[in-house]
Design a binder for this molecule. Structure first.
Ligand code: AMP
Length: 113
């Protein structure tokens, strides 16, 4: 996608603090972290949000969760706890229309909407 911020980050056209990459997934630090650990786990394939996921994406989703486990371990939070979040649409706070999973950790997290 030509005008997609995360596609440009994945392509290396916009700099990012990469923490993990494989052939399907790219993970980098959120520029505006809400916790000591805040990583975005992004499929290289452009999908706008979870709304575009179908059964054909089951392997891709598995790879995103596998990347989350690897990143959590790398960041030293896998035994402590971490939150995985998908924001879908404007009212949920989605600001970048390229599917991404937030991995948030490094402190005791509160819960609220
Ligand atoms: P969301 O609000 O769920 O769409 O999440 C988008 C996230 O992308 C936000 O947490 C932003 O802080 C983050 N973000 C926006 N631009 C960049 C960037 N250039 N590098 C890293 N993270 C970014």
């Amino acid at each position: 996608m030509e005008d997609c911020l995360f596609c440009k980050i994945i392509a290396g056209e916009i700099p990012s603090a990469k923490v993990f990459e494989n052939e399907d997934v790219y993970a980098f630090r959120d520029i505006n972290p809400v916790a000591p650990v805040h990583v975005l786990i992004v499929p290289k394939k452009h999908l706008q949000s979870t709304e575009e996921l179908t059964g054909k994406d089951d392997v891709l989703l598995g790879k995103m969760f596998e990347a989350a486990r690897i990143v959590a371990k790398q960041e030293g939070v896998s035994g402590k706890g971490y939150r995985l979040v998908f924001n879908t649409g404007a009212e949920a706070g989605q600001t970048v229309p390229h599917l991404h999973m937030h991995l948030i950790a490094g402190k005791t997290l509160s819960w609220g909407a």
